[in-house]
Design a protein around this ligand. Structure first.
Ligand SMILES: Nc1ncnc2c1ncn2[C@@H]1O[C@H](COP(=O)(O)OP(=O)(O)OP(=O)(O)O)[C@@H](O)[C@H]1O
Length: 230
């Protein structure tokens, strides 16, 4: 589904992503682990086209999207849940969800499924995004990304600053979406236990490179936890 080959990215003179290659399959959660500053967010921004890459290629479903704008990538099926959620605080929950449908014809209804996944959003439909708790905002950010029906969902640290009960709910939704089999999920996480529970495949990054990878079931035995705590 997603194929990344030889990705290199720079901020000015700093070489941030160094020849990254990996694939993410439909029906699987690919977890990207790594300590602060190793380039995880930059990787997701590169997948979304928010920052330009210097060399390398990104294919989605066999289509080359390397030079597409973020807008074009959304249309082709990439959904992005950014770090820190970035919902629109002064817009209502409903308006935030409609932003996720912005490229669809006017009047396209908000998919009812989003409210089944996150019932709280229906209850708070007319509340301002900025008045929701952090966990509710995170659910809104995920629902907004799902509104357009992505084939690839990328999430940047969805557990950051969120209370444990909502972390559990978010984990259940991620697992359920993957198990449907029609979506590939790339999840950047620093919360090891959450990542380990969801991982079908894992990648560990250090200083802009993937230094370890494997199947989720082998993550613990292969010492991924230790790498995170060094
Ligand atoms: N806009 C920018 N301009 C210059 N350098 C940047 C910029 N954004 C990030 N960096 C640097 O690039 C490196 C990778 O940052 P990135 O945010 O991708 O890491 P990360 O692994 O996601 O870390 P975190 O978990 O803290 O978000 C860091 O050294 C960071 O300081």
């Amino acid at each position: 589904m997603l194929k990344v080959e030889g990705l290199n990215q720079y901020y000015g003179g700093s070489h941030i992503l160094r020849g990254l290659s990996f694939e993410a399959r439909l029906g699987e959660v690919t977890v990207v682990l790594g300590r602060n500053g190793v380039g995880k967010t930059t990787l997701l921004k590169s997948l979304m086209g928010v920052v330009p890459i210097k060399t390398g290629a990104i294919h989605l479903d066999g289509q080359d999207i390397t030079h597409d704008t973020p807008y074009e990538r959304v249309r082709k099926g990439v959904g992005y849940v950014p770090q820190g959620r970035e919902i629109f605080g002064r817009l209502t929950v409903e308006e935030n969800l409609r932003m996720g449908l912005a490229y669809k014809p006017g009047g396209t209804p908000i998919p009812a499924e989003l409210f089944e996944l996150f019932p709280i959003l229906k209850q708070f439909l007319h509340r301002r995004g900025g008045d929701l708790s952090g966990g509710q905002q995170q659910q809104l950010a995920i629902a907004r990304a799902l509104a357009a029906g992505p084939k690839l969902l990328i999430l940047d640290e969805p557990t950051e600053g969120i209370q444990p009960s909502i972390i559990k709910d978010i984990g259940r939704v991620i697992r359920m979406l993957a198990d449907r089999g029609d979506m590939a999920i790339v999840l950047v996480e620093q919360y090891y236990d959450f990542a380990a529970e969801l991982a079908d495949q894992y990648l560990v990054m250090e200083r802009g490179e993937i230094v370890q990878r494997g199947r989720g079931a082998d993550m613990e035995a292969e010492g991924a936890r230790q790498r995170m705590s060094i």
